[in-house]
Design a protein around this ligand. Sequence first.
Ligand code: GLA
Length: 397
Amino acid sequence: MTTAKPDAGEVRTLAPEGVAGRFRATFGGAPRVYRAPGRVNLIGEHTDYNDGFVLPAAIDLAAFVAAAPRDDRVLRVAAADLGRHAELALDAASEPQPARDWSDYAFGVALELERAGHRLRGADLLVTSAVPVGAGMSSSAAFEVAVALALLDLAGIALDPVAVARLCQAAENRFVGTRCGIMDQFASCRGRAGHALFLDCRSLDVREVPVPSDLAIVVCDSGVSHALADGAYNERRAACEEAVRILGRGRPEIRALRDVGEDELERRRGELSEVVWRRCRHVVRENARVVDAVRALDTGDRNRLGALLRASHESLRSDYEVSCVELDLLVEAASGRDGVVGSRLMGGGFGGSTINLVRPDAVPEVEGELRDAYRKRCGRDLGVHVCRVGDGAGRVL
Ligand code: GLA
């Protein structure tokens, strides 16, 4: 089952002054403004929660939070794009429960910060975002990180970007209930203009890899999000954990799929169910592909890079089973076209977007052809974002 998103592809440009103006109109007073970007991921999907490798980059689409302190310990949040408000008393007698809506991202972050021992001030916050929702570009992480920066700064607390990323991930795991890895929050906090982040999700060691300026990043938003995506995501993670439990019986130093090589996986195939074995094969091979892709970027080997993206998509489709008809069609339509280096589904899957690496001069033609193909074959409009690789989150006013 699929649901259409009304705003697929629509992008609004946001300026800090404009966001501050909306705050003034809502709450009055002069706010500070914080910005946290969404991300793309060149390669390395469903590897982060397996202690593996990823290669994301922060982009120029971001969430903004305008915020001012209050004298009490109440948080009031206005979601400007939705026309909704929510409130949380940090000293409430009973433990706050998730509302199962947008406000969970904001309050989950606040509760996680307090849980970690950071005493917050009450605040009025206005949030607005240009990161498309449900497009696999980390709109949730951008929202969480912008809120975290605002709450920490208003309370006079300085934390390094990695600590902020960890706390936001914990908020999403615990309060929102998605057992995501650290990639999205890390990229939003730590992004660097013009660079992808080759991240080791176990040690959190990072190497900044230049993204060549003659490689355009074109994200194609299918505009569909498949119901049950969150449940299926958690299920994939559970399958990986089951494999680690079983494989760890023979070799206790296996703490995550990161510690398993392809040879060992092949040798011990009989210990796992067929489905769990295929999930593992994706993760193990995808980790190797990330390392290879970094090498291909370093050496300027476009053919190799393209082949790795293609193999990643194929593996996500058949071994990890997180693709869908629309994404397969988009990858098919892009592959082999003049000017397209590579194409694959991006993010958690089950709808959302594909990432396409394209020669800049070919972008208009490729974009036109993909739009036409998508309209003809799926009967809906494609959202297309040509993303610039930008800096990570910070205060902007
Ligand atoms: C989502 C999660 C990330 C990561 C990707 C898949 O974006 O938030 O942590 O697992 O899916 O690579």
